[in-house]
Design a protein around this ligand. Sequence first.
Ligand code: BDP
Length: 646
Amino acid sequence: MLLSCAPCELLLPSSRVVNTNGRALLRGMLFPRESASRELKELSGLWDFRADQSPGRSLGFDSAWYKSRLAETGPVIDMPVPASYNDITQDPKLRDFIGWVWYDREVVVPARWVADKGTRVVLRVGSAHYYSVVWVNGVKVMEHNGGHLPFEAEIGDIIRENPQAPCRITIAVNNTLTLETLPPGSIQHMDDTSKYPNGYFVQNTNFDFFNYAGIHRPVLLYTTPKVYVDDITVVTDFSDNTGLVSYKVSVLGASTTNVKVTLTDKHGRCVASSSGPSGVLKVTDVNLWWPYLMHDNPGYLYSMEVRHHADESVAYEDIYTLPVGIRTVRVTSTQFLINNKPFYFHGVNKHEDSDIRGKGLDWPLIVKDFNLLKWLGANSFRTSHYPYAEEILQMCDRHGIVVIDECPGVGIKDIRSFGNASLAHHLDVMDELVNRDKNHPSVVMWSVANEPAAEMPPAGFYFKMLISHTKALDPTRPVTFITDSNYARDKGAPYVDVICVNSYFSWYHDPGHVEVIPIQLTNQFENWYGKYQKPIIQSEYGADVVPGLHSDPPMMFTEEYQKIVLQSYHKVFDQKRKEYVVGELIWNFADFMTAQGVTRVVGNKKGIFSRQRQPKAGAFILKDRYWRLANETGRLPPWNKYPCLL
Ligand code: BDP
């Protein structure tokens, strides 16, 4: 397998989990949780790691590295999981590596799991970027196409073949992007030997963040009984003070579905119950799920226990408990309504990004970021530009932080990325994303792409298909895609429910001239609203700041310049939010790493916090504004302006 052709040869047409026959498995993707019938074994920690540095990156496959311990194939290094591998060593070759890297570790599987044939043992990877192949004891168990969503396979039969042997898990991950991946990219070979070494190639992309790679989210083993709850879908509503939870449970492994569903409140009191695989739970005196700063008691979650009973034909019962927030989302031509009340997004765009870890899930960082969001008075964020870890969405559910959930459709700029294969993959990714995130009350809208080349002829058909498919998957949430300020060129906007616009007046256009912001921003809003009569969110705006740079009068890249850009935008927002503007999301929450380039000073510096999460001057401007907005549009917590400090 040569790298030049490997990505095309190896990528399967479907991003769904595939078994070794290549058949797509359409199944649930419930977040693994312990219960009386389910156990978990975390495999986070140190794994052995080896990058395949061979010229064609094919040595690992040619020599079947998965057949033995990686350490027996050649030199390995320690690699933390989860983490991107790029910034872990001092080696620039590893930071900028393109191609296959290999991870392995041995796991002691509890003897009872192996002995009990009534137990399913599932291996789950939270995400690995971009293309993954997984073996257990040398047997291939799954492949996955896509860098931001989970995949899993049942491995009980394999480990039972040799119960005495340790269980060896090998994962090969390839970060090569093609015109048909999401995000897209391409490999460019530099054949001029007067300029480049033999066999030299680079990866080109059209997105503005570093293509961090590796196993980014936790790997774990979990068990279920053979007959198990595979998927749950809840849709919530309310009427007066009665909450309604419509549920659907799918059970796999048996033809009977002897299901009991019980909803309990925060104090563990049963508030409703039902039998059967689908039904509606009625909750009197409902506590609705409210966003942070919109209610005294935001993020209220019930617990829905789904119990599949054992009987003469089914040996074990299965229990899965899903947190459920009861709320509605609706859009009018001028408003975004949560629980029928106008909701104004005052929030941020984020990245999964930090020093050393890259895009690896990191709890201290997650909790710090939530504390900063609360300090800022932010009520929302967009998962720019890919699905974030489920653990982050669970925090949003609990804290009432509203989410625009974005798929990795970023950097779609080449006309060849609008072809059938790209569309088929994009639809698959939306299937996986909606399937994973459909039950999070915090998720209020799907975003199918960021700033695609929406003026290209195939874009109209492409987005019509993509958006209608997403609406069919989930009729309860609005759908958007993120556009730039040029309304005239846009072929996708007719299909979206909310117009989300990014603009960088006085930065990429008219650099240094903040005086143009009022007129250009006002026209931007009026043009979009005039054409589509849909609510608008300013989904990105901002300016780079190298922390500590100052100038007065303000100049680009200084703290003063970011401040004045923000303030100039805010004046226009304040006029237009009385009409149809329903939100503002700063670009960006924190500085983040990008590819190297002449416009980036060790990454993108548009954060209002540095990459180390220290505030720049812009953070204080936003904090004052967001708390003021909260005061006007919502409900400040009575006890303290800064609840995170309690
Ligand atoms: C926007 C992109 C975002 C970039 C930002 C910027 O959506 O990914 O990081 O520009 O250039 O257009 O800072």
